[in-house]
Design a protein around this ligand. Sequence first.
Ligand code: ATP
Length: 377
Amino acid sequence: MPMSEGSVEIKELVKTYTDDRGRPTFTAVKNISLPIQDGEFMVLVGPSGCGKSTTLRMVAGLEKITSGTISIGGRVVNELEPKDRGIAMVFQNYALYPHMSIFNNMAFGLQLAKKKKDFISDTVGRTSKALGLDHMLDRKPHALSGGQRQRVALGRAIVRSPKVFLFDEPLSNLDAKMRVQMRSEISKLHAQLGSTMIYVTHDQVEAMTMGDRICVMRDGLIMQVADPLTLYRQPENLFVAGFIGSPPMNLLKGKIQKREGGLVFVENAEKNGLVFPLKGRLEQLAGKYVDKEVVFGIRPEHLSDDIKEGLAAPITSTVEIAEPMGSESLVYLKAGTGNLIARIHGEHLYHLGEEVTVQLNMDKVNLFDAATENVIR
Ligand code: ATP
């Protein structure tokens, strides 16, 4: 079956950097495979140094591939020049030509491709209007704000009508407000153009709000690929559980034990920490882990100070820090031998040292194997 034009297939991709003499120095990408569908918005996210930019640069053709293949539209592009790959790239530092007008910055690629003058002025005109840049086409980049410059960089990519857009941290030089605005502009653009977009960021909020799917990377490896909600609700491993979500998921180390009445999770078992009885789904999952180390994960919003009958037994805790934000409060609690963060409604103002009773929504708990760090299913 022929692949559609904008699909990108990354297969067993490896990148080992070498020194001047060709001796290997560092393997930044360690055999990753990732199929990206035509029209999909795929975000590569992970901490600094995880290999996301290196991966993107190999798709762009800016970095030589050590082994594996990259195909665009069903065609292997490993040996193709960047300009022949049907891609356009938008960088963090905009990479505009400072001595050229905005018009020429946007038109440059089309001029190189020897497009007709009328076509160029028409395309640049239309695109600059859509981006709100049409009244500043004569200016040079230095006379533009950061957000406007990033829009020029976007416009320069759009006029080339690439099949695939590649973004490398395009918003990190902008202030918080402009970032939010540009984020929605890029999402809108994706909806309008329907092109494939591959977007690199270290910011998990950007990843969650923009991606159709998100590929979480660590140390040159893929940790999970999923849509935002699946990633949030069903992290495959401790890394994803801790990386996605802010504040992060509460992760308590402990053991599964058999007690009268059934299985329980005991936090910090040696020091007799909190005890959570496991029922139904959790009891089944924990069956194979009796007397073994596990990690108990629960999101801050699944702790509540509104205690309901018939649910998990409430636990007593003490407030260490309270961050009221109006609509809700983040409350950092000391409970058992550890700490818990709760995201609770903002009506009650909590104070340092105050005692709070909280209840966990046990339906939302994830258990992880402490040895493999993978979720228990
Ligand atoms: P960041 O968000 O900081 O850019 P990243 O996930 O995009 O991080 P990469 O730029 O892909 O990371 O780099 C991955 C790893 O490869 C890093 O540890 C980096 O130090 C290393 N690296 C990058 N370029 C080279 C090079 N030319 N030679 C050796 N190692 C390199």
